[in-house]
Design a protein around this ligand. Structure first.
Ligand SMILES: [Zn+2]
Length: 314
């Protein structure tokens, strides 16, 4: 496979979809909702990736489905895979095993047909303890990146960070590893600013300045709701733009699905149709989006829809 930097020069790169929600629906991931209120932004909620060691066949199958849908990149399921988050979910001692297994499984399916990205997300330390926890977050993120690099990830995707400050820490750790990094931040409760108060354009500039090979947004909004913030980012930077929206309908008052009453046990009631992803694929070129995929709620049907849209289908 050509490196991600080359693919981004050749055309719009098609990524994959969301793993944790889909595998939760299939019965292999714990949402935590039976024990606690998830989605509060206080660092509660499980959604951890131990499926990589507990039910590897389920993860292999979902990777295969995304690959068959046309994905050029498979994200190793290492989301929420820092020692910090895994420890609170009871899997701290398996941190190394889970991260290494997740990369290995993605590589096994990808072969020569797709690249494998190591997924690194926020630690949840900033939500829980405030900005004073950034140094601790740095240590956890650096550890995870080392595991992903050693396991053979082709590049990194930093995703679902709520605070630009923590994203900057992650990008510094990524740069030290030498792996290329795509950086997508998540906006909630509104798309006007991230959790520490920076509007989309400023986030994009800061991420590009720290060396991200593509910058953008992921999760929380459906494509239509995310598009305005992507336009602000597009106008602010020259680097490639990346977008991995969710497939859940948000409201004018609350631009994020994780704070809708339907999260996490009634998400089917706010699922957007895959048609919106056909339209998003069609719009990618004219909007200057260079990397498109999906996040929560995007199963392989949505990635097939994106692929059709990129090809110009209705
Ligand atoms: Zn998501």
């Amino acid at each position: 496979m050509k490196p991600i930097t080359t693919l981004l020069k050749e055309g719009v790169v098609l990524g994959d979809g969301g793993y944790l929600i889909e595998l939760e629906r299939r019965g292999y991931v714990d949402s935590g909702s039976g024990r606690e209120k998830v989605g509060t932004g206080k660092g509660s909620g499980q959604f951890t990736p131990e499926v990589a060691i507990e039910n590897p066949d389920a993860l292999l199958e979902l990777h295969r489905e995304f690959l068959n849908a046309g994905a050029q990149v498979l994200q190793a399921l290492t989301f929420f895979g820092t020692r910090e988050k895994l420890t609170r979910a009871g899997y701290g001692a398996q941190t190394e095993q889970i991260n290494v297994a997740a990369v290995k499984l993605a590589k096994e399916v990808a072969g020569e047909r797709a690249l494998v990205a190591g997924s690194v997300s926020r630690t949840q330390l900033v939500e829980r303890e405030g900005m004073g926890a950034l140094d601790k977050a740095r240590d956890h993120i650096a550890e995870q990146i080392r595991l992903l690099n050693d396991a053979g990830a082709d590049f990194l995707i930093f995703e679902t960070f709520f605070h630009l400050a923590e994203m900057k820490v992650a990008l510094q750790c990524g740069a030290a590893s030498g792996l290329p990094a795509v950086a997508t931040i998540s906006f909630r409760p509104l798309i006007t600013k991230c959790a520490d108060g920076y509007p989309p354009a400023e986030c994009a500039k800061a991420m590009a300045d720290l060396g991200a090979i593509a910058v953008g947004a992921n999760c929380e909004q459906e494509p239509r709701r995310m598009l305005p913030l992507l336009r602000e980012m597009r106008a602010a930077v020259d680097v490639p733009l990346a977008a991995q929206p969710a497939a859940f309908r948000t409201t004018d008052d609350c631009h994020c699905f994780t704070r809708q009453p339907a999260f996490p046990d009634d998400l089917e009631t706010i699922q957007v149709s895959r048609r919106e992803f056909v339209e998003f694929g069609r719009a990618a070129r004219s909007e200057g989006i260079d990397y498109v995929g999906g996040c929560c709620g995007c199963n392989p049907a949505y990635i097939r829809a994106l692929s059709r849209g990129l090809a110009g289908a209705n």
